[in-house]
Design a binder for this molecule. Structure first.
Ligand SMILES: *Cc1c(COP(=O)(O)O)cnc(C)c1O
Length: 291
Protein backbone atom coordinates (compact mmCIF):
# COMPACT_ATOMS: atom_id res chain seq x y z
CA UNK A 1 0.00 0.00 0.00
CA UNK A 2 2.38 2.62 -1.20
CA UNK A 3 1.69 6.00 0.35
CA UNK A 4 -1.12 4.80 2.58
CA UNK A 5 0.61 2.22 4.73
CA UNK A 6 -1.46 1.52 7.79
CA UNK A 7 0.00 -1.62 9.28
CA UNK A 8 -2.57 -4.23 10.13
CA UNK A 9 -5.91 -2.42 10.10
CA UNK A 10 -9.39 -3.89 9.69
CA UNK A 11 -12.42 -1.70 9.16
CA UNK A 12 -15.81 -2.19 10.76
CA UNK A 13 -18.01 -0.77 8.03
CA UNK A 14 -20.89 0.87 9.86
CA UNK A 15 -21.14 3.11 6.80
CA UNK A 16 -22.60 0.14 4.93
CA UNK A 17 -25.40 -0.51 7.39
CA UNK A 18 -28.39 1.52 8.45
CA UNK A 19 -30.11 2.37 5.15
CA UNK A 20 -30.73 6.10 4.79
CA UNK A 21 -29.05 6.76 8.16
CA UNK A 22 -25.81 4.81 7.92
CA UNK A 23 -22.92 4.95 10.39
CA UNK A 24 -23.01 5.70 14.10
CA UNK A 25 -25.88 8.18 14.06
CA UNK A 26 -28.71 5.66 13.90
CA UNK A 27 -27.30 4.00 17.04
CA UNK A 28 -27.27 7.34 18.86
CA UNK A 29 -30.75 8.35 17.75
CA UNK A 30 -32.64 5.10 17.91
CA UNK A 31 -33.74 5.26 21.54
CA UNK A 32 -35.09 8.79 21.09
CA UNK A 33 -37.74 7.37 18.79
CA UNK A 34 -38.87 4.85 21.40
CA UNK A 35 -38.87 7.61 24.04
CA UNK A 36 -40.92 9.88 21.80
CA UNK A 37 -43.47 7.15 21.14
CA UNK A 38 -43.71 6.39 24.86
CA UNK A 39 -43.96 9.99 26.04
CA UNK A 40 -46.51 11.14 23.49
CA UNK A 41 -44.07 13.50 21.74
CA UNK A 42 -45.02 13.91 18.12
CA UNK A 43 -41.79 15.40 16.89
CA UNK A 44 -38.09 15.29 17.54
CA UNK A 45 -36.15 18.54 17.49
CA UNK A 46 -32.38 18.90 17.29
CA UNK A 47 -29.52 21.19 16.33
CA UNK A 48 -26.78 21.24 13.73
CA UNK A 49 -24.86 22.96 10.99
CA UNK A 50 -25.80 22.94 7.32
CA UNK A 51 -23.74 19.77 6.64
CA UNK A 52 -24.70 18.00 9.85
CA UNK A 53 -24.59 14.19 9.70
CA UNK A 54 -26.72 14.25 12.84
CA UNK A 55 -29.60 16.25 11.33
CA UNK A 56 -29.35 14.23 8.11
CA UNK A 57 -29.75 10.97 10.03
CA UNK A 58 -32.51 12.40 12.25
CA UNK A 59 -34.52 13.39 9.18
CA UNK A 60 -34.01 9.97 7.56
CA UNK A 61 -35.09 8.10 10.70
CA UNK A 62 -38.04 10.45 11.18
CA UNK A 63 -39.27 9.50 7.76
CA UNK A 64 -38.64 5.82 8.43
CA UNK A 65 -40.50 5.82 11.77
CA UNK A 66 -43.20 8.26 10.69
CA UNK A 67 -42.43 10.95 13.25
CA UNK A 68 -41.99 14.67 12.55
CA UNK A 69 -38.55 16.19 12.83
CA UNK A 70 -37.33 19.76 13.18
CA UNK A 71 -33.76 20.84 12.51
CA UNK A 72 -32.58 24.02 14.24
CA UNK A 73 -29.91 25.08 11.76
CA UNK A 74 -27.11 27.50 12.52
CA UNK A 75 -27.50 30.57 10.34
CA UNK A 76 -25.09 32.10 7.89
CA UNK A 77 -24.79 28.93 5.87
CA UNK A 78 -26.29 28.42 2.45
CA UNK A 79 -28.54 25.69 1.21
CA UNK A 80 -26.72 22.40 1.15
CA UNK A 81 -27.33 18.95 -0.24
CA UNK A 82 -27.62 17.77 3.37
CA UNK A 83 -30.48 20.12 4.19
CA UNK A 84 -32.13 19.41 0.84
CA UNK A 85 -32.23 15.69 1.70
CA UNK A 86 -33.48 16.45 5.19
CA UNK A 87 -36.27 18.66 3.86
CA UNK A 88 -37.20 16.05 1.25
CA UNK A 89 -37.58 13.53 4.08
CA UNK A 90 -39.97 15.91 5.80
CA UNK A 91 -37.71 17.69 8.27
CA UNK A 92 -38.80 21.23 9.04
CA UNK A 93 -35.71 23.40 8.72
CA UNK A 94 -35.72 26.20 11.27
CA UNK A 95 -32.87 28.60 10.63
CA UNK A 96 -31.58 30.69 13.50
CA UNK A 97 -28.83 33.27 13.81
CA UNK A 98 -25.43 32.24 15.12
CA UNK A 99 -26.17 34.18 18.28
CA UNK A 100 -29.39 32.32 18.86
CA UNK A 101 -27.72 29.00 18.02
CA UNK A 102 -25.22 29.60 20.78
CA UNK A 103 -28.06 29.31 23.29
CA UNK A 104 -28.77 25.70 22.30
CA UNK A 105 -27.77 24.33 25.70
CA UNK A 106 -29.56 27.01 27.77
CA UNK A 107 -32.52 25.72 29.73
CA UNK A 108 -34.71 28.77 29.07
CA UNK A 109 -34.08 28.63 25.33
CA UNK A 110 -34.82 24.92 25.26
CA UNK A 111 -38.03 25.49 27.16
CA UNK A 112 -39.11 28.08 24.59
CA UNK A 113 -38.34 25.68 21.73
CA UNK A 114 -40.18 22.87 23.48
CA UNK A 115 -43.26 25.07 23.66
CA UNK A 116 -42.92 26.25 20.09
CA UNK A 117 -42.76 22.70 18.71
CA UNK A 118 -44.88 20.92 21.35
CA UNK A 119 -45.45 18.09 21.89
CA UNK A 120 -41.82 17.37 21.15
CA UNK A 121 -38.64 15.87 22.48
CA UNK A 122 -35.41 17.88 22.27
CA UNK A 123 -32.20 16.07 21.34
CA UNK A 124 -28.90 17.78 22.25
CA UNK A 125 -26.60 18.75 19.39
CA UNK A 126 -24.80 15.69 18.04
CA UNK A 127 -27.07 13.40 20.09
CA UNK A 128 -24.69 13.91 23.00
CA UNK A 129 -26.53 12.31 25.90
CA UNK A 130 -26.92 9.24 28.01
CA UNK A 131 -29.69 8.03 25.68
CA UNK A 132 -27.34 8.42 22.72
CA UNK A 133 -24.48 6.61 24.42
CA UNK A 134 -26.70 3.75 25.47
CA UNK A 135 -27.64 3.18 21.82
CA UNK A 136 -23.96 3.21 20.86
CA UNK A 137 -23.26 0.37 23.27
CA UNK A 138 -24.67 -1.80 20.50
CA UNK A 139 -21.64 -0.89 18.38
CA UNK A 140 -19.55 -2.61 21.05
CA UNK A 141 -21.83 -5.64 20.90
CA UNK A 142 -21.28 -5.78 17.12
CA UNK A 143 -17.52 -5.49 17.60
CA UNK A 144 -17.56 -8.42 19.99
CA UNK A 145 -19.66 -10.50 17.65
CA UNK A 146 -17.82 -9.75 14.40
CA UNK A 147 -14.29 -9.21 15.69
CA UNK A 148 -14.01 -10.99 19.07
CA UNK A 149 -10.23 -11.04 18.76
CA UNK A 150 -9.95 -7.23 18.47
CA UNK A 151 -8.19 -5.61 21.41
CA UNK A 152 -7.08 -2.29 19.92
CA UNK A 153 -10.04 -0.34 18.59
CA UNK A 154 -9.98 3.13 17.06
CA UNK A 155 -12.97 5.42 16.60
CA UNK A 156 -13.41 9.03 15.48
CA UNK A 157 -14.66 11.39 18.17
CA UNK A 158 -16.92 14.44 18.05
CA UNK A 159 -18.95 14.66 21.24
CA UNK A 160 -17.51 11.39 22.60
CA UNK A 161 -20.96 9.80 22.84
CA UNK A 162 -20.08 6.97 20.46
CA UNK A 163 -16.80 6.35 22.27
CA UNK A 164 -18.54 6.17 25.64
CA UNK A 165 -21.15 3.69 24.42
CA UNK A 166 -18.52 1.55 22.76
CA UNK A 167 -16.27 1.53 25.82
CA UNK A 168 -19.17 0.58 28.07
CA UNK A 169 -19.87 -2.56 26.06
CA UNK A 170 -16.31 -3.85 25.74
CA UNK A 171 -14.37 -5.66 28.42
CA UNK A 172 -11.22 -4.51 30.14
CA UNK A 173 -9.03 -6.55 27.79
CA UNK A 174 -9.82 -4.00 25.05
CA UNK A 175 -8.31 -0.59 24.53
CA UNK A 176 -10.27 2.10 22.68
CA UNK A 177 -8.47 5.07 21.18
CA UNK A 178 -10.59 8.01 20.07
CA UNK A 179 -9.33 10.50 17.49
CA UNK A 180 -10.76 13.95 18.20
CA UNK A 181 -12.13 15.77 15.15
CA UNK A 182 -12.40 19.06 17.03
CA UNK A 183 -9.61 21.30 18.15
CA UNK A 184 -9.43 22.20 21.82
CA UNK A 185 -12.15 19.85 23.03
CA UNK A 186 -10.58 20.00 26.45
CA UNK A 187 -13.53 18.80 28.49
CA UNK A 188 -14.06 15.76 26.27
CA UNK A 189 -12.53 13.24 28.67
CA UNK A 190 -14.60 14.61 31.54
CA UNK A 191 -17.79 14.34 29.50
CA UNK A 192 -17.00 10.76 28.53
CA UNK A 193 -16.25 9.94 32.19
CA UNK A 194 -19.58 11.44 33.23
CA UNK A 195 -21.51 9.40 30.69
CA UNK A 196 -19.65 6.22 31.65
CA UNK A 197 -20.53 6.84 35.29
CA UNK A 198 -24.17 7.26 34.39
CA UNK A 199 -24.04 4.08 32.32
CA UNK A 200 -22.58 2.39 35.40
CA UNK A 201 -19.97 0.87 33.10
CA UNK A 202 -17.34 0.06 35.67
CA UNK A 203 -16.06 -2.94 33.75
CA UNK A 204 -15.52 -1.17 30.44
CA UNK A 205 -12.50 -1.07 28.21
CA UNK A 206 -9.51 1.17 28.79
CA UNK A 207 -9.76 4.29 26.66
CA UNK A 208 -8.04 7.52 25.70
CA UNK A 209 -8.48 10.37 23.24
CA UNK A 210 -5.84 11.76 20.90
CA UNK A 211 -6.10 15.50 20.43
CA UNK A 212 -3.31 15.92 17.90
CA UNK A 213 -5.00 14.81 14.67
CA UNK A 214 -7.79 17.38 14.22
CA UNK A 215 -5.93 18.86 11.25
CA UNK A 216 -6.48 22.46 12.32
CA UNK A 217 -10.06 22.20 13.54
CA UNK A 218 -13.48 20.77 12.90
CA UNK A 219 -14.21 20.15 9.20
CA UNK A 220 -10.79 21.52 8.20
CA UNK A 221 -8.94 19.43 5.66
CA UNK A 222 -5.28 20.40 5.29
CA UNK A 223 -3.47 19.23 2.15
CA UNK A 224 -1.74 16.28 3.85
CA UNK A 225 -5.14 14.93 4.88
CA UNK A 226 -6.56 15.50 1.40
CA UNK A 227 -3.69 13.66 -0.24
CA UNK A 228 -3.93 10.77 2.18
CA UNK A 229 -7.67 10.50 1.75
CA UNK A 230 -7.55 10.44 -2.05
CA UNK A 231 -4.69 7.93 -2.04
CA UNK A 232 -6.49 5.72 0.46
CA UNK A 233 -9.65 5.71 -1.63
CA UNK A 234 -7.74 4.95 -4.82
CA UNK A 235 -5.84 2.05 -3.25
CA UNK A 236 -8.50 0.62 -0.95
CA UNK A 237 -11.69 1.44 -2.80
CA UNK A 238 -13.28 2.60 0.46
CA UNK A 239 -14.76 6.07 0.71
CA UNK A 240 -14.00 8.20 3.76
CA UNK A 241 -15.28 11.54 4.96
CA UNK A 242 -12.76 14.31 5.70
CA UNK A 243 -14.39 15.30 8.99
CA UNK A 244 -14.18 12.07 10.97
CA UNK A 245 -13.18 8.80 9.32
CA UNK A 246 -10.49 10.39 7.12
CA UNK A 247 -8.85 11.95 10.16
CA UNK A 248 -9.02 8.68 12.04
CA UNK A 249 -7.29 6.69 9.31
CA UNK A 250 -4.78 9.46 8.70
CA UNK A 251 -3.98 9.38 12.43
CA UNK A 252 -3.37 5.63 12.30
CA UNK A 253 -1.23 6.09 9.20
CA UNK A 254 0.83 8.78 10.95
CA UNK A 255 1.34 6.78 14.12
CA UNK A 256 2.45 3.71 12.18
CA UNK A 257 4.72 5.81 9.97
CA UNK A 258 6.48 7.47 12.88
CA UNK A 259 6.85 4.14 14.68
CA UNK A 260 4.69 5.25 17.59
CA UNK A 261 2.43 2.32 16.78
CA UNK A 262 3.78 -1.10 15.97
CA UNK A 263 2.70 -1.93 12.42
CA UNK A 264 2.26 -5.59 13.37
CA UNK A 265 -0.37 -4.95 16.05
CA UNK A 266 -3.86 -5.57 14.68
CA UNK A 267 -6.15 -2.55 14.86
CA UNK A 268 -9.89 -2.43 14.35
CA UNK A 269 -10.96 0.97 13.03
CA UNK A 270 -14.64 1.84 13.10
CA UNK A 271 -15.93 3.44 9.92
CA UNK A 272 -18.68 5.60 11.42
CA UNK A 273 -20.11 6.79 8.08
CA UNK A 274 -20.55 10.49 7.38
CA UNK A 275 -20.24 10.01 3.64
CA UNK A 276 -23.19 12.30 2.87
CA UNK A 277 -20.98 15.18 4.02
CA UNK A 278 -18.52 14.52 1.18
CA UNK A 279 -20.76 16.66 -0.98
CA UNK A 280 -19.47 19.67 0.91
CA UNK A 281 -15.94 19.08 -0.40
CA UNK A 282 -15.66 19.67 -4.16
CA UNK A 283 -12.00 18.53 -4.22
CA UNK A 284 -13.13 15.12 -3.06
CA UNK A 285 -15.59 14.57 -5.84
CA UNK A 286 -13.12 15.92 -8.44
CA UNK A 287 -10.29 13.85 -7.00
CA UNK A 288 -12.17 10.72 -7.81
CA UNK A 289 -11.89 11.34 -11.52
CA UNK A 290 -8.22 12.27 -11.36
CA UNK A 291 -7.13 9.10 -9.58
C1 LIG B 1 -21.05 12.28 14.46
C2 LIG B 1 -19.94 11.46 13.92
C3 LIG B 1 -18.89 11.01 14.73
C4 LIG B 1 -18.73 11.45 16.16
O1 LIG B 1 -19.59 10.83 17.04
P1 LIG B 1 -19.65 11.33 18.56
O2 LIG B 1 -20.55 10.36 19.20
O3 LIG B 1 -20.23 12.71 18.54
O4 LIG B 1 -18.29 11.34 19.11
C5 LIG B 1 -17.94 10.19 14.16
N1 LIG B 1 -18.00 9.85 12.87
C6 LIG B 1 -18.98 10.26 12.06
C7 LIG B 1 -18.94 9.88 10.64
C8 LIG B 1 -19.98 11.09 12.55
O5 LIG B 1 -20.95 11.51 11.74
Amino acid sequence: MLGVSLGCVSLLRLDQAGGLAPGNKSFKLRDYFTHAARSGARRLVSFGGAWSNHLHALAALGKQYGIDTVGIVRGGETNTATLADAAAWGMRIHRVSRTEYRQRNDIAYQRALSEQFAPCLLIPEGGASLIGARGCADIGVIVQRLAPQATKIVVPVGTGTTLAGLVSALDSGCEVIGIAALKGALDLEQRVEDVLLQLAADTGARWSVRHDFHGGGFARAPSALREFLLAFEAVQGVELDPVYTGKMLFAIHQMVKTGEWDSETPVLAIHTGGLQGRRGYPWLEQGRHVC
